[in-house]
Design a protein around this ligand. Structure first.
Ligand SMILES: [Zn+2]
Length: 392
């Protein structure tokens, strides 16, 4: 594999550079790593690791087109920092992922799909129990959603226009005896030859990329008296191509959400108020972290406009936990989201006053808490904070 190096066709703002570090792996199949180096007073240099059928010139052309599309019309918005705990000096600063695998805390089936065991599984249960307790404090009753979500629901949520790169379709074979018989034959005579794809597959469902869409669908067409609340935990699927790694970016990860639907200003206030108890947990655990304004990982088309909108309207905040083995690197471990009346309008949910309902959610990526905690404390539970040792 030879790296492909080229100069960005345009100058890039900082937010665009960090988006492109994630998005350029979707240039073409075979792009496995992306590095972007800024150059004082000039266009940045881009380096792609590529192995595939295209020529270098074709890859550069495709990547340059993506770069131009992401950069087009983008206005930088200064990030706002709330609840700053960056003064905390973590007890541990060595990388932990390989050690977690060696100790049997993590079994990696392949990059992006893992099993947690031993203390990692206990940490996972502890964190989710803490988030569930927070949901109880908000009178949000537990519900259980299916893993599959319909294409129709995601269309209403405008998901395909914003995040096509994350899609993980759930397909089944077409109800055709001949197709089924063929598979039986291949499975028994030549199992190595089994492959799926092509016209025998039907897709009307997707492996759910988030938890809260299910709740909006359940409430669709209703008029609500006050604020409807719920909490649920479940697997979430976001295909991340060459970005999949460690417990940081799993294809199949676990999300706990606390969801509010009701008058728009009330649900906004609820998600903002949840920052204090989440920071109380972070403080009890002595974690290095901060909360900042954030935006969702939009693909081209929605990137410039939506990112600017989210940052300037403070519709999304992220709690970031630090990974001390790399200077100043942190991980989004929770988000506090307010979608204004977008989903209320799309799903036909109204307030008693006859307005489209507002929606908000507080979401936790559970494996990321496990990973950032281990990164800040190491693998010896004797060094873990008292708050955790009394509860896990
Ligand atoms: Zn949500």
């Amino acid at each position: 594999m030879t790296p492909i190096r080229f100069e960005s066709p345009v100058r890039l703002k900082e937010t665009v550079i960090s988006a492109l570090r994630e998005k350029l792996v979707y240039t073409a199949p075979g792009v496995s790593a992306v590095a972007i180096t800024t150059v004082e007073g000039a266009k940045p240099l881009i380096e792609l690791a590529y192995e595939g059928a295209l020529s270098e010139a074709e890859v550069v052309e495709k990547a340059s087109q993506l770069v131009r599309e992401f950069a087009r019309g983008f206005l930088e918005v200064e990030k706002e920092i709330l609840h700053d705990r960056r003064h905390v000096v973590p007890a541990w600063s060595e990388p932990v992922y390989d050690a977690m695998k060696e100790a049997g805390w993590v079994v990696e089936y392949e990059t992006g799909r893992v099993m947690l065991a031993g203390p990692a599984a206990r940490l996972f249960a502890f964190f989710d129990a803490e988030f569930a307790r927070l949901a109880r404090d908000y009178d949000a009753p537990p519900v259980k959603f299916p893993v599959l979500i319909s294409v129709k629901t995601l269309q209403k949520a405008d998901y395909f226009a914003s995040f096509p790169h994350h899609l993980t379709l759930a397909s089944h074979l077409v109800e055709d005896a001949e197709v089924l018989r063929d598979l039986v034959k291949t499975a028994s005579e030549n199992p190595e030859a089994i492959s799926f794809g092509g016209p025998c597959l039907c897709t009307e469902h997707v492996n759910s990329p988030a938890v809260c869409f299910h709740f909006y669908e359940a409430l669709s067409g209703r008029t609500l008296d006050g604020v409807e609340r719920s909490t649920a935990v479940g697997p979430s699927f976001r295909y991340e191509a060459g970005n999949l790694r460690t417990l940081e970016r799993l294809w199949d990860f676990t999300m706990r959400e606390i969801i509010f639907v009701g008058p728009s200003d009330e649900v906004d206030a609820l998600r903002m108020s949840a920052m204090a108890p989440v920071m109380a947990l972070v403080e009890a655990l002595g974690l290095r972290s901060h909360i900042e304004t954030a935006s969702d990982p939009f693909f081209v088309g929605n990137f410039a406009g939506q990112t600017f909108y989210q940052l300037s309207h403070r519709t999304k905040f992220e709690l970031r936990l630090y990974l001390p083995f790399e200077t100043d690197r942190s991980l989004a471990a929770a988000s506090f989201n307010w979608h204004q009346q977008f989903f209320g309008t799309r799903f036909g949910i109204n307030t008693a006053a006859g307005e489209p309902a507002g929606t908000a959610c507080v979401a936790f990526g559970v494996e990321r808490w496990v990973y950032a905690f281990a990164a800040q404390y190491g693998l010896d539970p004797r060094n873990y904070p008292k708050y955790l040792l009394e509860r896990w």
